[in-house]
Design a protein around this ligand. Sequence first.
Ligand SMILES: CCCCCCCCCCCCCCCC(=O)SCCNC(=O)CCNC(=O)[C@H](O)C(C)(C)COP(=O)(O)OP(=O)(O)OC[C@H]1O[C@@H](n2cnc3c(N)ncnc32)[C@H](O)[C@@H]1OP(=O)(O)O
Length: 282
Amino acid sequence: MARSVGRIFSGFRCFGSLPFGNPLLKTQCSGVLFRTTSERTLVHVLPKIFPRKPRDFSLPNSSWGKEMMELYNHYNRLSKEATEGQEDHGEEWTRLPSYNRTLKYATGGAYLSKIIQSKARLFTRNIRDPGAAFEYVLFFRQDKLKCVCIFQAGHLLEGPPGHVHGGAIATMIDTVTGTHASLLSAPVMTANLNVNYRSPIPLGSTVLIESILDKEDGRKMYISCRVTSTDGSKLHTEATGNCPQCHFHFCHATLCIVTLLLLLFLHAALFLSISVSNLLRR
Ligand SMILES: CCCCCCCCCCCCCCCC(=O)SCCNC(=O)CCNC(=O)[C@H](O)C(C)(C)COP(=O)(O)OP(=O)(O)OC[C@H]1O[C@@H](n2cnc3c(N)ncnc32)[C@H](O)[C@@H]1OP(=O)(O)O
């Protein structure tokens, strides 16, 4: 019980620190956030077998094509780390690191089996062969509250022959809007996603996915998204999404704490009554 409560809160602590100049956005700190205590022990015992830091999938690899690399370099040059001490370009982007395991955030995971938890991987980061499926990197611009994702679609994402599957496109849109809304507020779940496919995306090509915040209404974040060719001349897909902040986690957490307090109270009462009866017997 205590561990579940701990996990729920550790998830939220990490999430709470997500936005804007926070440690998660810096690669060197993020490794800590994604490790459980048992993993940390393992890493300590077997440092040579298991790498200390989880792999950051948003960094370039050999499968990235010329277009993907050019765009990555473009946004990276405009990123906070790169521009430190250099001339101001007027726009400042932050690269968002990306891992295949977000266990600390999987608050629902506290109720899953250990096997499922240990094998869980982020859907878009679970294929080992570089370049085979989803190759992408997200950048966030704080002053405009917008996100851009450079996405290279691999050969395993085929839908119509030679083109990207509509579900894979929707997956990427969901990833971008979900991450974007979470950065702007708190953990969210996609409640609604409307996708309009305007023109097919050739397999192996690189596209831009841009998302902007349309409206914030209480717990709900309305995000719209456009998938275009890298020069912006061709529109592939348009989407709008509604991502409300999750509040049910707090309900679970509250329930756990109340139960914990109740158990503590019962234990104390039992201890007190035994002590009193012992005293009376003497
Ligand atoms: C998670 C991010 C991590 C980021 C960190 C980096 C980690 C690495 C990145 C990975 C990024 C992956 C991002 C994937 C994002 C998913 O794919 S999420 C998975 C797909 N979505 C789901 O499974 C959600 C299933 N649905 C639900 O759980 C619940 O319906 C929801 C969405 C949580 C809402 O539950 P609720 O808050 O109890 O519901 P409720 O109070 O009735 O509704 C809240 C509001 O939303 C509105 N609403 C509810 N449903 C709808 C709907 N279908 N249409 C329109 N409005 C609706 C309601 O009208 C209500 O509005 P108000 O009345 O307050 O004005």
